[in-house]
Design a protein. Structure first.
Length: 1103
């Protein structure tokens, strides 16, 4: 009998909760694909000592950002925005702690960070900081993050200058030696002998015949066991830089065949290269190498201010070592696609051309983001390059066991690294800047390419070796000149020419420069003096290039400063500058509802209403009440959220959606977004008049055009919410929406004697629930310290204390010890705040606004005061309603949630143990939304609840976790509701067992499918009595085993009924068996199930 097969590798399906990430703040985010490309992100907020944050969701292309409100004020000054790019974190596999890079103002905080939930892995002097991993438990944020106050003015993060995500970079993949003149150089005696090239890459196969004996030192900066090359990229580029061609009888010979190699393994066997490893490798190589070759970089453009680029500049200055770096393979994105670290000023950045010297379509190009500087600096062959193949690797298209063919700027870069070693052999005294200029200014430009695509042009080693005169610097970046230019005035830049001969050389200097629109700069705009320059033998002379952008046309200019000697060109210095097009300052003055300037987590988004791809700046925070953006003329949406804080500038009191959906900008413009002009969002529930807004809420907007859209949603616990009236849009689409969950409030407090007035308490974390009503006398007890109770009778009373002095847990314990029935802590400023009573609290403990506390104190001065506390620990009903406003935000935002018109859902939550808290979240999507953010709410179980949901075009999906966070998760298929629709639903009602995912009109199911002779299975291990509920096993508590029989014979087995299983083409009877076991104290029914399905099947007639 043959052995049973196993499932074809197809990867395990995600757990029902999805891929769980932990943000820097400790908040857990579970990402899970939903229907039609939608995404559900479920958030389990980390505990805070004070206020729980709201979460803003921004979608920028394929990237989704989840921004906790207590982190927003620190972005980007102290926190890298990419730390909150949840799609990137998932793509990187950063699910158990976040690798970060930390820069410090004084280098003193590395040890402190270890005790604050951050483990330091590598000290990195080149960035003035270190690499570390932030623990996933949120302890670093609690101890090193900002105090409950959330402003920059509060000092922000302690002990750090900025925290960056440790990005994963990629190796730059997308008869070369003769093209650049390497054979001529070797014939002249220059092969890089005496020089050392550091290859920082995936490692080097030192046993390859072309590289044997060449690697003089190696270091591993990855998690791989050693510095060997299991990927192939590092060996391939090393062969280009310095391979001898021994395995091909010299056919595939590299550039500097006499140079020695340093093997710095900074990329793992999968080709991923963490920033921290790159930095450590660069620091290791810079003191030892003459040239450093880096065929690694980001896939997105950089402005050269990132950590890697700045480290290149720093290490170059410290060690005078030239970094030769790939431009990248993101040319498909056009301008500004040169990535990091190739964007560094000091780097010699290399683009890729084919053997016909045409620019490779994938080769990244400039101008550099931000300052429009020239990048790349030159090009080299990078298409279909044959070089050394690492033993056992499959990179590229193998030629034989020793060689493979690969394309990309990765391959172009080592051509230049080898050339640099050759040039240094000829002239070892060249500085890094001189070496860079010598290669860039002697390259051969292609007439069909602009300077921002090719820099100096294609590498020409003989020209660099034989040049009678060298020019520095190269390239010559003359600057970025912002609009307007009327008062610009002339700016001068010098180019120094060095004569390498024993006779004076006379150079004719001309500027061959034009704008992209073909405008030739007039002499009043751009000139070089003198036009004829004599450089003495073995000496230097200087020419001055003068630019005055008050003259000439607007545009991006590029070209060359050409130096001719007796009619022959000896150097071409790349020249570029940008005379900015019409641009204006857009300033947004923000005011909170209390009239103070907008601050803290308040932010504003600015985007072009015709196409956000043309312009988008999101999450612009306010500095001194002003958010500023520089924009070209056009029409923009200017929308955002403004928070009002308490008098201590610490805790949210309310939030306001403010903005202008269409604003035309034709000059410097200032607008005022005043939250005092916003109108309240109010929801009435006639059937349950006492219902209140107490759980998760979402507010947001979308701005749509024919080609793009931008949306922003804010998800968090309910705050009083306001929105500013806007005019209807005339361009594209717009929608403002509010989603709210209402039920019986867990706690209300009213003054009942000597006056009747509603108070606005916030239950402290840890306070016991209240069911029913209590009417209590109020007693003032100062700060609530033991000595404050001397002479007071507080038995059965509600004690009022002031914030400050003892901690909240101590205040509660002291009040309880003195016989109090409740504790009210008033803020020491206007407005309310949030606190924690600790895990041992036994009396009802809450905060109240400072002004309400002062009112009670004034009444106490006049006589007795009583309050009534009322609460419901478990609301018997829940309204989950969505209200959408198309085209505008109206003035009237008062809504009615009429239970007689809503859909009604009788929802039962079953668990096998009493008094158990489950996690509940319901995701929702408006038609335009591709991502839903939901906050997990604690829900006592077992229980039954009547829920009222909005009918119409909002889609919903509920999710239940038997154990928080994200264990024993079960999810319903996406659905929507009709007016007055009635449904019944039960969660975890026994028997809970394996089954097929059934579909809804909004989301198809996943049936068992036979495709040819393959059985395609994706069967959840957990379904209950409600169709369309499903869940997968969780490794911490579940085990499963799957078996497939054909005509009684076992033919396949696997841990799960997931994957592709081979079937016979002939008719046969099949039996599937799936055993599932759960071992958990909170799971007492369906602990072990065996399910079996018998069916007949044969190959379909279509094959």
């Amino acid at each position: 009998m043959s052995s049973p097969a196993t499932a074809a590798p197809g990867g395990e399906p995600p757990a029902a909760a999805g891929e769980v990430l932990t943000l820097l703040t400790g908040d857990q985010v579970a990402l899970q694909p939903a229907a039609d490309g939608r995404l559900a992100a479920t958030i389990e907020p980390a505990p805070r000592s004070g206020q729980q944050p709201a979460f803003e969701t921004i979608q920028d292309g394929e990237d989704v950002y989840v921004l906790p409100s207590d982190a927003v004020p620190l972005i980007p000054d102290q926190l890298d925005r990419e730390l909150f790019n949840v799609t990137k974190l998932a793509r990187y596999g950063y699910t158990d702690g976040i690798p970060v890079l930390v820069t410090q103002p004084d280098g003193s905080a590395a040890q402190a960070a270890v005790t604050a939930g951050m483990s330091v892995t590598t000290t990195l002097p080149s960035i003035g900081g270190y690499a570390a991993t932030v623990a996933p438990d949120g302890s670093w944020w609690r101890t090193s993050g900002p105090e409950p106050t959330t402003f920059r003015s509060a000092g922000g993060l302690s002990g750090v200058e900025k925290v960056w995500l440790d990005e994963l970079h990629e190796v730059a993949l997308a008869e070369s030696g003769p093209l650049v003149g390497a054979p001529e150089a070797r014939a002249a005696g220059f092969d890089g002998t005496g020089m050392t090239i550091a290859v920082l890459d995936t490692g080097i196969d030192g046993s390859h015949p072309d590289l044997a004996g060449r690697v003089v030192a190696a270091e591993n900066f990855t998690g791989d066991p050693d510095a060997s090359d299991e990927h192939g990229h590092g060996t391939h580029v090393s062969g280009i830089a310095a391979g001898t061609g021994a395995a091909s009888d010299g056919t595939f010979t590299g550039m500097a065949t006499g140079a020695e190699l340093l093997n710095g393994k900074i990329c793992n066997s999968g080709g991923s290269c963490p920033t921290s490893g790159m930095l450590a490798g660069m620091e290791w190589a810079a003191p030892q190498a003459d040239v450093i070759s880096l065929s690694v970089g980001t896939t997105s453009g950089s402005d050269g201010t990132d950590l890697l680029s700045q480290a290149v500049n720093t290490l170059t200055a410290q060690h005078d070592t030239l970094f030769v770096i790939a431009a990248g393979n993101s040319g498909v994105f056009g301008d500004g696609s040169v990535g990091s670290p190739g964007a560094a000023d000091a780097a010699l950045t290399v683009g890729s051309v084919n053997k016909n010297e045409q620019l490779a379509g994938s080769s990244s190009r400039g101008p550099r983001l931000g300052d429009f500087a020239i990048k790349p600096d030159l090009t080299a062959p990078g298409v279909s390059i044959v070089s050394a193949r690492g033993a056992g690797t499959g990179l590229g298209t193998p030629v034989d066991d020793f060689y493979t063919t690969v394309s990309g700027t990765s391959m172009a870069t080592p051509h230049v690294s080898g050339a640099a070693a050759i040039l240094l052999q000829q002239d070892p005294d060249l500085s890094a800047a001189e070496l860079k200029a010598a290669l860039a200014a002697t390259a051969v430009p292609h007439p069909d390419l602009e300077v921002y695509q090719q820099g100096g042009g294609r590498l020409d080693i003989p020209a660099a070796l034989d040049a009678p005169v060298r020019a520095t610097p190269a390239p010559l970046n003359l600057g970025y000149f912002q609009f307007p230019h009327d008062n610009a005035g002339p700016a001068a830049s010098e180019v120094t020419y060095t004569n390498r001969t024993d006779e004076a050389v006379t150079l004719d200097l001309t500027l061959d420069v034009a704008s992209r629109d073909g405008a030739v700069p007039p002499e009043a705009m751009l000139s070089v003096t003198p036009a004829t320059l004599t450089v003495p033998a073995q000496g230097t002379a200087t020419a001055t290039v003068t630019l005055d952008v008050s003259h000439g046309e607007i545009g991006l200019y590029g070209g060359y400063l050409v130096a001719n000697r007796a009619g022959d060109t000896v150097t071409r210095t790349p020249v570029g500058f940008f005379k900015e097009q019409e641009m204006y300052n857009l300033s947004v003055q923000g005011f909170a509802r209390d009239g103070r300037p907008a601050r803290g987590s308040s932010s504003v988004h600015v985007g072009n209403v015709h196409d956000v791809a043309e312009f988008l700046e999101f999450s612009n925070t306010y500095v001194d009440g002003v958010a500023s953006v520089r924009v070209p003329p056009g029409t923009y949406h200017v929308m955002g959220i403004t928070y009002t804080y308490d008098g201590n500038d610490q805790f949210f009191q309310n939030r306001s959606m403010v903005g202008v959906p269409e604003l035309e900008v034709t000059e410097d413009t200032t607008i005022v977004l005043d939250a005092r002009e916003a109108n309240p969002v109010e929801i009435a529930t006639p059937r349950h008049e006492q219902a209140g807004l107490f759980q998760m809420s979402r507010v947001g907007f979308v701005r749509q055009t024919g080609t793009s859209a931008f949306s922003s949603t804010l998800t968090g616990s309910w705050l009083p919410t306001f929105a500013m009236e806007t005019d209807p849009v005339t361009i594209g689409g717009f929608e403002f929406f509010t989603r709210a969950r209402l039920g019986e409030l867990p706690l209300t407090v009213d003054l009942v004697d000597p006056v009747v007035q509603e108070l606005h308490p916030r239950p402290m974390l840890g306070t016991p629930p209240l069911d029913g009503e209590l009417t209590l006398p109020v007693v003032w007890a100062g700060f609530g310290a033991p000595e404050d109770y001397q002479g007071l009778d507080v038995e059965g009373a509600a004690v009022l204390t002031m914030r400050g002095g003892p901690g909240h847990a101590d205040k509660e314990a002291t009040a309880r010890a003195n016989g109090a029935a409740a504790l009210l802590v008033m803020n020491n400023a206007v407005g309310n705040y949030t606190g924690s009573a600790g895990s041992a609290a036994e009396i009802h403990t809450m905060t109240i606004p400072g002004e309400e506390g002062e009112l009670i104190r004034d009444l106490l001065d006049q006589g007795d005061v009583s309050v009534r506390l009322a609460g419901t620990s478990v609301t018997p009903f829940l309204y989950d309603v969505v209200f959408a406003e198309p085209d505008r935000i109206p003035a009237e935002l008062s809504y009615v949630a009429d239970a007689n018109r809503l859909a009604t859902l009788d929802n039962a939550f079953h668990v096998g143990v009493p008094d158990h808290e489950i996690g509940e979240v319901r995701h929702s999507w408006r038609p335009w939304e591709s991502i839903s953010i939901g906050l997990v709410e604690g829900l006592p179980a077992p229980q039954q609840r009547t829920e009222y949901l909005s009918p119409g075009d909002t889609r919903f999906r509920q999710q239940i976790d038997v154990l928080r966070p994200f264990v024993g998760t079960m999810i319903e298929q996406i659905t929507s509701y009709q007016d007055r629709e009635q449904r019944d639903q039960s969660w975890f009602e026994s028997p809970v067992r394996p089954g097929v995912i059934e579909g809804t009109p909004q989301q198809g199911g996943i049936p068992v499918v036979r495709d040819g002779d393959t059985l395609d299975l994706l069967m959840p291990e957990w379904v209950d009595t409600t169709p369309r509920h499903w869940g997968f096993v969780h490794s911490s508590v579940d085990t499963s085993a799957f078996r497939l029989f054909q005509d009684g014979e076992l033919i396949a087995e696997a841990a799960r009924a997931n994957g592709d299983f081979p079937l016979s083409p002939d008719p046969a009877t099949y039996r599937m068996e799936l055993d599932v076991n759960r071992d958990a104290p909170w799971w007492t029914t369906s602990v072990a199930t065996r399910s079996a399905w018998t069916f007949a099947s044969e190959q379909p007639s279509e094959g």
